[in-house]
Design a protein around this ligand. Structure first.
Ligand code: AMP
Length: 415
């Protein structure tokens, strides 16, 4: 018996309406982002492992257990990209993009890989659309990226969207706050879940994400990072809010918002959809002012986001895009006309029309049925008496010269 192969766990094939919906989402993103000056970037599927382990953070779930890491034939440690910001930052440095006027605006639509427990809306290979604006610390950049993601979600009719916003401050503020939070967690250690206790030293902020009620009770009284911000950090956040308030976007401040990646500074945000189940995050991002310097570039403030393609489509109420109309179906009564049929189909298609030709050896009756199924406007039938052109809307049929078929199609389209 031969083995029946299936797509690996946590992956899926994209077919028919699913593929059309994705193309539509990509087109929508392209329109919205290019209107704001974003250019597309594509980076390799794999990168040096260190690019991610150093920037995403050694203590994060992604680096600790989710990366698809392998050694290539040359003994290099490579990793299938788990996220898009570090590769874009690497490319920005590698190509000297700092020479371009700031901010340099880049967007991407790529697939990403994380070894996670699969469930609805969470896969091991998934796609994100992302945008990065690199080279400016202006709070209007933060507001602009947020507005663009909001526009995308609205254009895709994503249901029940909520936006949460917070500020993480700069690394030194975070260091101070971290120490304060660690002492608070130590003082309440008996009430904490074991996995939270284990991470006090490594990643105390993740305690806010704990699901158990005892830890949650402790965390409701925990010191908040927002209360530790310096006056400059507060001013930046106030300016972002002021810009957002000049739009019609509503948001909530959520001082417990922590993102699963280490490189964020100052503004962070997340869009969720109540139409999704447990995996409600549709997209999120924030500022990452230290990332490019950390990778060896100059001091370069930046902000951006990534949104999950599968989750946008799951939470969208938009109808699947219809496939385009078929103008002509070329049929034949006998195989001796196949070449002539092929020639006509090719010529009409080259002239810009949508054409199908009989390719599966059906009877004439089967061919006409098939033409009806694909919704073709005209059918050209090659037979002993020449070419009969049937108008499928009116039912009229007449013998025409092959070169006149194009004329009839164009005429019907001009009406
Ligand atoms: P992140 O890069 O973790 O900030 O994720 C950004 C967005 O990507 C999330 O809001 C989700 O919509 C999506 N996402 C993240 N991980 C997965 C996954 N494993 N499967 C599907 N979508 C994901």
């Amino acid at each position: 018996m031969t083995t029946r192969y299936q797509a690996p766990k946590g992956t899926f094939d994209i077919l028919g309406a699913g593929a059309a919906a994705r193309s539509e989402l990509e087109r929508t993103a392209q329109t919205i982002l290019s209107r704001a000056g974003y250019e597309r970037i594509q980076t390799p599927t794999f990168e040096a492992t260190e690019l991610f382990s150093r920037t995403v953070g050694e203590a994060t779930d992604i680096v600790q257990k989710e990366m698809y890491t392998f050694e290539d034939g040359g003994g290099r440690s490579l990793t299938l990209r788990p996220e898009g910001t570090a590769p874009v930052a690497r490319a920005y440095i590698e190509h000297g993009l700092h020479k371009q006027p700031a901010p340099v605006k880049l967007w991407y639509h790529e697939n990403f890989f994380r070894f996670e427990a699969p469930q609805a809306g969470r896969y091991r290979e998934f796609s994100q659309i992302g945008a990065e604006a690199i080279g400016s610390d202006d709070p209007a950049v933060d507001a602009e990226v947020i507005v663009l993601l909001s526009e995308l979600l609205e254009a895709m009719s994503v249901k029940d969207v909520r936006l949460r916003l917070s500020s993480l401050g700069t690394p030194s503020t975070r260091e101070r706050y971290r120490a304060q939070l660690q002492s608070y967690l130590e003082a309440n250690i008996d009430a904490l879940a074991p996995h939270v206790r284990e991470r006090i030293a490594l990643n105390p902020l993740r305690a806010f994400d704990a699901g158990d009620s005892a830890t949650q009770a402790v965390m409701s009284g925990a010191p908040r990072l927002m209360d530790s911000l310096t006056s400059d950090e507060r001013d930046h956040f106030a300016s972002v809010r002021e810009a957002l308030e000049a739009t019609d976007i509503s948001y909530e401040i959520d001082s417990t918002l922590v993102r699963g990646l280490d490189y964020y500074t100052l503004t962070v945000f997340e869009f969720t959809s109540d139409a999704l189940g447990a995996q409600s995050g549709v997209g999120g991002g924030g500022r990452y002012d230290g990332l490019i310097e950390q990778l060896g570039g100059g001091e370069t403030p930046a902000a951006g986001w990534a949104a999950g393609v599968e989750r946008i489509l799951l939470a969208s109420s938009a109808a699947a895009p219809a496939s385009g109309p078929v103008d002509l179906y070329v049929a034949y009564t006998d195989v001796q006309y196949r070449v002539a049929a092929f020639q006509l189909a090719t010529a009409v298609r080259t002239a810009g029309h949508s054409v199908r030709m009989e390719l599966a050896g059906r009877s004439l009756k089967g061919q006409l049925k098939q033409a009806g199924k694909v919704g073709s406007r005209f059918v050209a039938i090659f037979g002993d008496e020449g070419v009969s052109l049937k108008d499928m809307d009116s039912g009229d049929q007449q013998v025409v010269k092959p070169e006149m078929v194009m004329h009839w199609i164009s005429r019907s389209q001009a009406l």
